[in-house]
Design a protein around this ligand. Structure first.
Ligand code: PMP
Length: 458
């Protein structure tokens, strides 16, 4: 298939001392105090802006869009080819072993739920309480051991080893662990955890939702059995995610969704029942019409990040993280949340609380008065954030009230996160804003509406 230009013309940034071009970099938003500023999206850990290059690739392909798989027409064949090439691109990007499967899903949550449905009977699951809910919750119907938050990466490995050594040695087991925390940004010792899992006859799935946008993920080198990630955190917000890894459990499992595309043939039995013969390939778990554009966008992001070079991207990000943390350290009222301590390697995700401030108030003021988008709350990692906050109870505080319960720590936190598209100015503006808010207070009044803090417009 050659009629379609496979990559768009927009060049990637020459060097990663500059941010990679992303959509929305010139978008302005109104301030409650008057005027407009360019929007500073500092919520990459939730969803990152689309890379310009991804958008250009998608736009260049869109006129060629066609039905995938059995379509006989030229554009159907081209689209099928593009979909399968996208699978190969992701396979290479993730450093998969030759026989690993790449299944396109909707997201990390979807990928981990798919894997949960493919666990053999009697499989035990081991997770740390520090995980995102997407990694804590899909394993219903299996015995789940939830390990305490470790204080160091070494403790994590030792704690996992102890737990695995204590289990029945012959049954199947799965460890699910994040590569980078969506709360603290800290990197987890994935290779060592994988070695511990395998030494005790368990398998391991890496939740790379936060790792993949910031660092290379090499499935073979890390020796993880599967990896899960989301396109929308990888600068490709077109509804695709990935589960990649060992084929055996996936092949032996019932299809994630039953329907067209997953089945090789379906016959009506003489007794009136139905019998399906399911595919052995990734298609087994991809029933229904696939999200070609999502898969292509994800593959385009993989290519763009690879071309930009993770080393350069990570070096620039490390500088910004250091600048951000040093700036926050200058504000005595700010406490940054951390599990592994100041020296731990981390990606561009930092959560914090401000003494005497409700975190939703901080987040609302950053948005309304400075045009900065951050997140407040427990970040779908309730056990971890509650532990880091000192056992915060459930009920949210009223907006504007200090964010503490009597005798307890703060109720929720603020999270600031960034990545390859973030200019220095966004981090600088954020630091200036936090310092001004803490020193002078908010310039506007805020009230609680549907549990959220919003500017009071009278
Ligand atoms: N794992 C981690 C570490 C995450 O940060 C997230 C998203 N915040 C998820 C899983 C779930 O990702 P998604 O919402 O794309 O399914």
């Amino acid at each position: 298939m050659s009629a379609y230009p496979h990559t768009a013309t927009a060049p990637a940034a020459d060097t990663c001392t500059e941010p990679l071009p992303v959509l929305g970099r010139d978008v302005t938003v109104p301030l409650v105090t008057g005027g407009e500023v360019t929007y500073a999206p500092l919520d990459y850990a939730a969803s990152a802006p689309a890379l310009q290059r991804v958008w250009d690739d998608v736009a260049a392909y869109a006129p060629y869009y066609g039905s995938v798989h059995r379509g006989a027409g030229y554009l159907s064949q081209l689209s099928t080819d593009l979909f399968e090439r996208s699978r190969s691109t992701v396979h290479a990007f993730l450093g998969c072993r030759p026989r690993d499967q790449v299944v396109f899903t909707r997201s990390t949550t979807d990928s981990l739920n798919l894997l949960a449905g493919a666990l053999p009977d009697g499989c035990e699951v081991f997770v740390f309480e520090t995980e995102h809910h997407a990694a804590l919750l899909p394993w219903r119907g299996h015995r789940v051991t939830c390990l305490d938050a470790p204080g160091t990466p070494r403790e994590a490995v030792e704690s996992l080893e102890r737990a695995l050594a204590a289990r029945e040695p012959y049954g199947p087991a799965l460890v699910c662990v994040t590569g980078a925390s969506n709360v603290t940004g800290e990197l987890w010792p994935v290779r060592e955890l994988a070695a511990a899992a395998h030494a005790h006859g368990a398998r391991i799935v890496l939740d790379a939702a936060q790792l993949a946008p910031h660092r290379p993920v090499d499935v073979a080198a890390l020796d993880v059995d599967w990896v899960a990630l989301s396109g929308h955190k990888l600068y490709a917000p077109f509804g695709a995610g990935v589960l990649a890894g060992r084929a055996d459990w996936l092949r032996a499992a019932e299809p994630y969704l039953a329907g067209g595309g997953a089945s090789r043939s379906v016959v009506r039995r003489p007794d009136g029942g139905l019998e399906a013969d399911w595919h052995d390939t990734a298609a087994r778990h991809e029933a229904g019409s696939p999200n070609v554009i999502g898969a292509y966008a994800l593959a385009s992001a993989c290519r763009t990040l690879t071309e930009a070079g993770f080393e350069a991207l990570a070096a620039r990000e490390r500088e910004l993280v250091a600048r951000l943390r040093a700036g926050l350290a200058e504000v005595p009222q700010v406490r940054v949340l951390s599990l592994f301590g100041d020296d731990a390697p981390r990606v561009g995700v930092v959560s914090f609380v401000v003494d005497g401030w409700n975190s939703s108030h901080v987040a609302a003021a950053l948005s309304a008065e400075y045009g900065i988008g951050v997140r407040d709350g427990l970040f779908c990692a309730h056990p971890l954030v509650r532990r880091l906050l000192g056992g915060a109870p459930e009920a949210p505080a009223e907006c504007g009230a200090p964010d503490t319960a009597p005798g307890d720590g703060p109720l929720n936190a603020v999270r600031v996160s960034f990545g390859a598209g973030t200019p220095d100015e966004h981090v600088d503006r954020f630091l200036r804003a936090v310092k001004e808010l803490v020193r002078d207070g908010a310039r506007w009044t805020y009230r609680t509406e549907d549990g959220r803090c919003v500017p009071d417009r009278g």
